[in-house]
Design a protein around this ligand. Structure first.
Ligand SMILES: NC(=O)c1ccc[n+]([C@@H]2O[C@H](COP(=O)([O-])OP(=O)(O)OC[C@H]3O[C@@H](n4cnc5c(N)ncnc54)[C@H](O)[C@@H]3O)[C@@H](O)[C@H]2O)c1
Ligand SMILES: [Zn+2]
Length: 367
């Protein structure tokens, strides 16, 4: 099926979400169950509800708390109970309106309610539009780790209005943009340059068609990678495996862990992770200096990242060990042979000594 039959990214199109949902869910679905949080629902919930009702859905809503700490089984259970109370049936459907927290949890509720009902993602953050709403990974956090409970449950559709990003705080825009730079670093120079051009002109960011077009292109890029390796085969190490989407994430996860998940937005940490992976690639003599400089240039153009001044290299280095890509005791590094040329390296290719010395030099450079 054509990807863009299942995905609609527009500008000022939120009031047509009902028609999209009707087309994706088919005529059998009678009830549309919305999952959101108070903030996002307060901004966009009524428009979405009215549009769904206009095409004949009856609607019911569950609101979860705002923030990563509410992405839990306890919140999911409340959503499932609200779905049962609203008498949602197997032919009915769920829509998640919000950022990645709402999308991951709503998707998981859809995956598990009556063993699975249809789900549409209505992402309202940049990160959710280009990353978390695509690829079918749903789930919640547990006491034993982030995203450790979940299911693959690809959405029946993804619908977004980039106008919704006007109300998104600047830090969230930068965080999403960093994940776009990640895609572009993996995708090639043309995408990288267009990403820079789009974010350099902040005054017209939301009023031009450019952002919607770039979001579409990012979704297509991620969808293509996911399609080649839908369940992220642990054994694969080729440059087309889904693992390459973890580019920049080894340092990102370590930075988040070393700061107790309180200091960085995830995408901001990915921004630094991209630069560190590029520095490591340069150190191993597989990537040119010019390509590394281009990545610095593009990242600086998308926004300002939080300072690394108080980050201790040793603490970050220790946090590398906890990364979930740490398979059979050996880390896997996603590096670049150049822009658009990712490689997966095992720990044997990158000695702990090289990783640490590059990290020390990198953190010093950022201060
Ligand atoms: N499933 C996947 O493949 C995947 C991929 C990447 C990330 N994720 C998950 O995504 C989550 C992060 O998502 P996120 O970055 O979107 O954060 P988020 O969902 O916490 O949203 C960020 C903040 O923006 C607010 N918000 C959302 N839309 C808004 C709007 N239009 N205007 C004003 N405020 C708005 C939210 O209420 C929240 O306070 C993490 O839990 C992460 O694990 C999942
Ligand atoms: Zn990420």
């Amino acid at each position: 099926m054509d990807l863009f039959e299942t995905i609609e990214i527009g500008q000022g199109n939120l009031d047509s979400v009902g028609a999209f949902a009707r087309q994706r869910f088919g005529g059998q679905a009678k009830r549309a169950f919305l999952v959101s949080n108070r903030k996002v629902f307060g901004l966009y919930g009524r428009t979405v509800e009215a549009s769904l009702q206009k095409v004949g859905f009856s609607t019911a809503t569950a609101l979860i708390g705002d923030g990563e700490r509410f992405k839990t089984l306890a919140s999911t259970e409340k959503v499932l109970a609200a779905m049962a109370a609203a008498r949602i049936e197997r032919t009915d459907a769920l829509l998640s309106l919000g950022g990645g927290v709402v999308g991951d949890l709503g998707g998981f509720a859809a995956a598990t309610y009556l063993r699975g009902i249809k789900h549409i993602q209505l992402p309202t953050t940049l990160l959710a539009m280009i990353d978390s709403s695509v690829g079918g990974k749903t789930g919640v956090n547990a006491s034993f780790g982030k995203n450790t409970i979940g299911a693959f449950h690809p959405a029946t559709g993804v619908f977004a209005d980039v106008e919704c990003l006007r109300t998104l705080p600047e830090r969230e825009i930068v965080a999403g943009a960093c994940e776009m730079v990640k895609h572009a670093a993996l995708g090639g120079k043309s995408l990288l340059k267009r990403t820079k051009a789009c974010f350099s002109d902040r005054t017209s960011l939301f009023s031009s068609e450019k952002l919607a077009a770039l979001v579409r292109e990012n979704i297509a890029f991620k969808a293509k990678i996911v399609d080649q390796d839908p369940f992220e085969d642990v054994k694969r190490t080729d440059g087309r495996s889904r693992k390459i989407l973890n580019f920049g994430h080894t340092l990102a996860h370590a930075l988040e862990k070393a700061t107790d998940y309180r200091y960085f937005r995830h995408g901001e940490a990915v921004g630094y992770g991209i630069l560190y992976a590029a520095e490591l690639s340069k150190k191993l003599a597989i990537c040119d200096k010019q390509d590394v400089e281009l990545l610095y240039d593009v990242l600086h153009s998308v926004g300002v990242l939080p300072s690394l001044a108080d980050i201790e290299p040793q603490k970050v280095f220790e946090a590398f060990q906890f990364d979930k890509k740490n398979i059979s005791g050996s880390l896997q590094w996603i590096l670049l042979r150049g822009i658009g040329r990712p490689v997966v390296f095992s720990g044997d290719h990158v000695s702990p000594k090289t990783a640490l010395s590059t990290l020390e030099a990198f953190l010093k450079l950022q201060k």
